[in-house]
Design a protein. Structure first.
Length: 294
């Protein structure tokens, strides 16, 4: 059962400063809608969107709140559809929005939705997006699966047992997160991680750079790139025990850590260990990308 409020606001004004600025709006009006869903047994969320930005945040209690903002099509006001199952809640974008052309080349802001999720009931989320940006903030769950084409993905202050994502060209940013195991793939998008804690992490990208700051890896981290560079920066918080391995066809490896004992050290290859006993292992393979650890 849902309770909802909808506010329609016209948004475009034709004006000019010094010269005439022309706006051509086709079947457009601004919509803001808030809906609440009583989902006491929710475990799974599924979202299938095209251009819609999605922002997931925690909510108190057992009520899910959805806030939609963006343009609507006058011929079909339904921009999205929600399907309520006993344990699964599904959001689907129905229309990518009206066509809006600005004579000076700017584009209008696309639709966006913020979903506040009852955290104590939340287990997994699956998101499929074409060009929409995805942001997950302050959530804890068992599994997250994100698949985007060109949209960016951002996750902040969250914890998941398993995190999978695949993107074609979207950038990925993770800050202050804990991930049990992760499998991440990209073609050209860049990766930026800060204060990432994890156990089994795997990442592969073709041309995107990978920047990791203040990591805390308890198991293994396996990074593969074609031409993307990899920077692994402990920023003064190096682990006592660590195993590092780097291999490249033409990329250079640079190590700025003390007390690393090398088993192998060449121009495009290196293998070393710091400390004793079972150590977290970092493996980096590139075609032409450089690698630095410090």
């Amino acid at each position: 059962m849902k309770k909802w409020w909808i506010v329609l606001v016209s948004v475009f004004v034709v004006s000019g400063i010094g010269s005439i600025v022309s706006l051509f709006v086709i079947d457009a009006e601004e919509v803001q809608a808030t809906e609440k869903y009583d989902i006491s047994e929710l475990k799974n969320l599924k979202m299938d969107v095209t251009s819609m930005d999605v922002h997931l945040v925690p909510a108190e209690g057992e009520e899910l709140t959805l806030v939609y903002k963006g343009p609507a099509n006058k011929r079909n006001k339904e921009m999205y559809a929600v399907k309520e199952g006993k344990r699964t809640w599904t959001l689907q974008q129905l229309d990518s929005g009206p066509s809006v052309n600005l004579s000076f080349g700017l584009q209008s802001k696309g639709p966006e939705v913020e979903i506040a999720i009852p955290e104590e009931l939340f287990a997994s989320v699956t998101i499929k997006s074409e060009s929409g940006d995805i942001r997950i903030e302050s959530l804890k769950g068992k599994e997250a699966d994100v698949d985007t084409a060109s949209g960016d993905f951002q996750m902040v202050d969250s914890e998941f047992s398993t995190l999978h994502w695949k993107t074609e060209s979207g950038d990925v940013s993770l800050e202050q997160n804990e991930v049990g195991s992760g499998d991440w793939k990209s073609q050209s998008g860049s990766f930026r991680f800060e204060e990432l804690s994890g156990k089994e992490l795997g990442l592969s990208t073709h041309s995107g750079d990978v920047i990791v700051k203040k990591p805390s890896i308890h198991g293994t981290a396996d990074i593969k790139t074609h031409s993307g560079d990899v920077a692994w920066d402990y920023q003064g918080k190096e682990p006592k025990n660590l195993e590092v391995q780097f291999a490249s066809h033409s990329g250079d490896g640079t190590v700025r850590l003390d007390d690393l004992v090398y088993e192998e050290k060449e121009e495009h290859r290196l293998k070393g260990m710091r400390g004793s006993g079972k150590a977290p292992a970092l493996t980096v393979d590139t075609k032409s990308g450089d690698f630095i650890i410090r």
